[in-house]
Design a protein around this ligand. Structure first.
Ligand code: HMG
Ligand code: MG
Length: 285
């Protein structure tokens, strides 16, 4: 064995947020419950964002109230501001995440503010969460390419990642939001980020739009990363990133890691069942 890799399951949030058809709250709860039985330590359940911006996540509190909780699992939620954080805490999210961008164009389209404004908006959220003992994760989107601004300078990613760590995020997840990254561009980006943030505080979040995500995970493993975000059934996309199709499929990442000798703690049969259910939610759309 080469060690343990944590897979952070994104299906219920990143996987479903872009579905046009409103998915029944009961189906979202069933998906989370199936994922709970797969052996994940972290499941991103939902987002406390504006329902005008992302209608699919409007039932965030109902989903968190309805799931069967296993004490060893952290059930997490996206929170763009203090309003979202307060709602997430009241709904008993175990962990929350702020989400910024390394490119100005995506920051404006996704959260309606500049990168600098977003960091100022996250600060009071972090202060409250850390006071409440709730861990906060940070995302940086568009780490190699932006659908609005083109290629992203690696130094911009390093800057935002280091700021998120400095304000108290326990980990930063590096998002190839539109899946345009290649092992070369992901490798260059990681070299810049690793000069400021150690590998054990980074995660790879690679969308698989062009089929590069597994190769991007391999180069990230070589550079020392041991946490990756993925969504069962390869569900996913971001409503504010045209072309952001699926997250990399959790079952494909789990298979790759097993082949390479890494432990994930996941039950691959149960994962296949959850992936089939997740795909059925999309196929019904
Ligand atoms: P805004 O319009 O600038 O916000 O949106 P505002 O503060 O001016 O408020 C406008 C209205 O929204 C007000 O309501 C607020 O109360 C309400 P009104 O007075 O008009 O009735 N509001 C909220 N309602 C519920 N929950 C909240 C909240 N905040 C304000 N938390 C805002 C700014 C950030 C809210 C908006 O842009 C937004 O919700 N954006 C979220 C977009 C999103 O969820 N995108 C997908 C997730 S990110 C992603 O997928 C990338 C990732 O996977 C990594 C990767 O792949 O790269 C993480
Ligand atoms: Mg994403």
């Amino acid at each position: 064995m080469t060690g343990f890799v944590t897979l952070f399951e994104m299906g219920p949030r990143d996987g479903l947020q872009n579905e046009k058809r409103m998915i029944a709250t009961g189906d979202k709860i069933r998906l989370v419950d199936m994922l709970t039985d797969c052996g994940f330590v972290k499941i991103e359940v939902t987002s406390f964002v504006s329902p005008q911006w992302v209608p699919q996540m409007a039932d965030a509190a109902e989903v968190l109230a309805g799931i069967r909780r296993k004490p060893s699992v952290h059930y997490t939620a996206l929170t763009p501001n203090v309003k979202g954080y307060t709602a997430a805490r009241n709904a008993h999210a175990d962990e929350v995440a702020v989400f910024g961008s390394a490119s100005e164009g995506f920051s404006k389209k996704n959260i309606n503010c500049s990168i600098a404004e977003s960091l100022e908006r996250f600060r009071p959220l972090l202060d409250k969460a850390l006071d409440d003992g709730i861990p906060v994760r940070g995302y940086v989107s568009c780490v190699t390419d932006c659908p609005y601004d083109g290629p992203t300078p690696p130094e911009s990613v390093a800057h935002v990642a280091a700021e998120l760590i400095a304000m108290g995020c326990y980990e930063v997840s590096l998002g190839d939001t539109i899946g345009a990254g290649t092992p070369e561009s992901i490798g260059r980006m990681l070299d810049a980020v690793l000069a400021k943030v150690p590998a054990h505080r980074l995660a790879g979040h690679y969308h698989d739009t062009r089929g590069n995500a597994l190769a991007n995970i391999e180069v990230s493993l070589e550079k020392g990363l041991r946490t990756f975000d993925a969504a069962v059934g390869g569900l996913g996309g971001c409503p504010y990133a045209p072309g952001a199709k699926g997250n990399v499929a959790t079952e494909a990442v789990a298979r790759l890691l097993a082949e390479r000798g890494y432990e994930t703690g996941l039950d691959l049969e149960k994962l296949a069942e959850a992936a089939a259910f997740a795909r059925s939610l999309r196929e019904e759309a």
